[in-house]
Design a protein around this ligand. Structure first.
Ligand code: DGL
Length: 268
């Protein structure tokens, strides 16, 4: 396969990374993508740092060997806040990460109180404290782990109804903290959560929810151009979905995945 045809690979524990891939597809509508969902290792948010730090580079190593991508996007905040440096050390190709949009939220807040919703593993990472110290020193940042939103997003893609109690509980986990009534921006620090934006907005219409997907998409495009593998400029791409779980388990996802442009399904 020539360098120009090498695919762009996205990785998440499940379908959360589609929120990032969708932003990339909007910016590069003709580019074909490979999307890997690590269902055999999901969810990541309840795993230990050691498990994520060994699993993610090993899986990306196997995917790289098989599919020879020219660029990898780790479309998962949990994996990035723990394993981004391990992946970069292990693989000799550009790796784009996904980290919570703390900087944009701190630039936009009027009240000086921002919220971060993520997985339990993400919100306890020192990486998050470093981002807060760097970009939001003078502000209050409330954090809440909402793993149940991961399951809710997975269920939504399978065509199931989202339980609004789960949405309320997750948001109340921030609002009920001290200073919670002053929140004006909530960072969706897990790539699954933007897939629930309609439901989150339905519960809190005045709140501004932020994620980093558009910035990540621009970063992918910039690196592709810099590396001499610019995005395709014509054709309708048929994306390829790879699962580390069973193909049977993703059959309920297929109607939604077709809407994202997937036409090929494989197992690794
Ligand atoms: N989508 C992932 C993230 O951004 C994690 C979901 C999970 O497996 O817990 O953190």
């Amino acid at each position: 396969m020539s360098k120009e045809q090498s695919p762009i690979l996205f990785l998440d524990s499940g379908i959360g990374g589609l929120s990032v891939m969708q932003a990339a597809a909007k910016l590069m509508p003709h580019q074909q993508f490979l999307y890997a969902a690590d269902y055999a290792g999901a969810p990541y948010g309840t795993k230990s740092e050691a498990e994520i730090a060994s699993r993610v580079p090993a899986l990306l190593g196997r995917l790289t060997e098989r599919y020879k991508p020219s660029l990898i996007t780790i479309a998962c905040n949990t994996a990035c806040t723990i394993a981004l440096s391990h992946v970069r050390a292990a693989l000799n190709l550009p790796v784009v990460g996904t980290v919570p949009a703390i900087k944009p939220a701190s630039l936009a807040t009027q009240t000086g109180v921002i919220g971060l919703l993520g997985t339990d593993a993400t919100i306890r990472q020192p990486y998050i404290d470093r981002l807060k110290d760097r970009f939001a020193t003078d502000y209050i940042m409330l954090k809440h782990g909402a793993p149940e939103l991961v399951n809710a997003a997975e269920a939504k893609i399978r065509g199931e109804k989202v339980d609004m109690n789960i949405i309320c509980d997750a948001l109340n986990g921030l609002i009920n903290q001290e200073h919670g009534q002053c929140l004006d921006h909530i960072i969706l620090g897990c790539t699954h959560f933007p897939l629930l934006l309609d439901e989150l907005t339905q519960y809190m219409p005045e709140m501004i929810f932020l994620d980093g997907a558009d910035g990540i998409a621009r970063q992918i495009q910039r690196l592709m151009i810099e590396n001499g593998t610019p995005p395709a400029t014509q054709g309708t791409p048929k994306h390829h979905f790879i699962t580390s779980g069973s193909l049977e388990d993703i059959s309920a996802y297929k109607p939604a995945l077709e809407g994202y442009g997937f036409a090929q399904y494989s197992q690794i």
